[in-house]
Ligand binder design. Structure first.
Ligand code: DOR
Ligand code: ZN
Length: 352
């Protein structure tokens, strides 16, 4: 029998899709708890989404967000800007301060959605090749291909969850269009069957899909550039309410789920590093540092709701047996996390 190494070391992981809720909804998460969850999950850089209570669609709001983050973050962080299609004057003012532009073409948390006809105007107005990130589920994905052919700007399709969506990405890639995509761990490890059991705790956008869609994602891993957590914390009280919001936390479970899949032979370690480090760093132009590393204990254990750093305090993966617990994180040669404890001082992370 092959002897498994007890610990492994990976480069600091990059999650280009998190919702840290700060400012505005800090009862769900804040920059300190969100970046602490990132470290506990092996992520040394996170890119935060703009669908805050007041969406980040102006320079002023972006600067307020950055000022709040500066005091709190224990990992490195950058931000995506938001648009409802009516803030084009702000684009040149923020372009050097953000990693991308997020556009919602479907309804989700924050009711932050644009008219489909405005998409092409947004593409024309965005003044650089920093990626445009699209929330574009099934019925709108044709529009994406059409828009990209007319204005071929770097585009990242977020949380691809179905065969139809991934086929659109595959066709666009094969046609040479500048498109990348991400898939979440919940779409790789949960299906609509789990949604019945999890009820509101398995309720997110895009929704959990049938096994056949999940199988298609696994069969076409080479077309998936990034594994992104879509960390979207909500409190238990909110999830237990009559109108539960969309979203599940993911920063602390993504790496163990992927390492377990690697141990089972479902992907290689090379693919895992590409999708959690190399590709997101390249696509979103975050710096790579050889002295930013994560040490992981490869003993088996059970994911649990206890001792999570996220304020949500729960995970849809509780009870699942996995390998891979982050034991130590080092950023630029400084120890920032060890054995469950964040040692970095609030504010010591860098705003990229
Ligand atoms: O499930 C989701 N939750 N999907 C999204 O697109 C947004 C996110 C959130 O902010 O809660
Ligand atoms: Zn999201």
């Amino acid at each position: 029998m092959a002897i498994m190494p007890k610990t492994i070391t990976l480069p600091g992981l990059v999650d280009p899709h998190v919702h840290l809720r700060d400012p505005g909804q800090t009862h769900k998460e804040d920059f300190l708890t969100g970046t602490s969850a990132a470290l506990a999950g092996g992520f040394t850089t996170v890119l935060d989404m703009p669908n805050n209570a007041e969406p980040i669609t102006t320079l002023e709001r972006l600067e307020a967000k950055i000022a709040s983050a500066k005091q709190q973050v224990v990992s490195d962080i950058s931000f995506h800007f938001g648009t409802l299609g009516n803030n084009f004057d702000e684009f040149p003012k923020v372009i050097d301060k953000v990693s991308g532009l997020k556009v919602y073409l479907n309804v989700t948390t924050g009711n932050f959605i644009i008219d489909a006809e405005r998409l092409i105007d947004i593409y024309r107005a965005w003044p650089s090749n920093k990626p445009i990130l699209l929330h574009a589920e099934d019925d709108v994905s044709e529009l994406v291909g059409k828009t990209l052919r007319a204005v071929p700007k770097a585009t990242h399709v977020c949380h691809v969850s179905s065969q139809a969506e991934l086929e659109l990405v595959i066709r666009s890639k094969d046609a040479g269009l500048p498109i990348t995509c991400g898939v979440t761990p919940h779409h790789l490890f949960l299906t609509d069957k789990d949604a019945e059991r999890l009820r509101a705790y398995g309720h997110m956008k895009p929704s959990l899909k049938p096994q056949i869609d999940q199988d298609f994602l696994w069969q076409h891993l080479d077309y998936i550039d990034v594994i992104e957590s879509d960390h979207a914390p909500h409190t238990r009280a909110e999830k237990d309410s009559d109108t539960p919001p969309f979203g599940v936390p993911g920063l602390e479970t993504t790496l163990p789920l992927m390492l377990t899949a690697e141990a089972e032979g479902r992907l290689t370690m090379k693919q895992l590093i590409e999708k959690l480090h190399t590709n997101p760093a390249r696509i979103f132009k975050t710096p790579i540092d050889d002295d930013t590393v994560v040490t992981i204990d490869m003993d088996e254990y059970e994911l649990s709701n206890d001792q999570l750093k996220t304020k949500a305090g729960w995970t849809p993966f509780a009870g699942r047996r996995v390998v891979g617990k982050v034991s130590q994180v080092t950023i630029r040669s400084n120890e920032v996390f060890k054995n469950g404890v964040v040692s970095a001082l609030p504010g010591s992370g860098i705003i990229l």
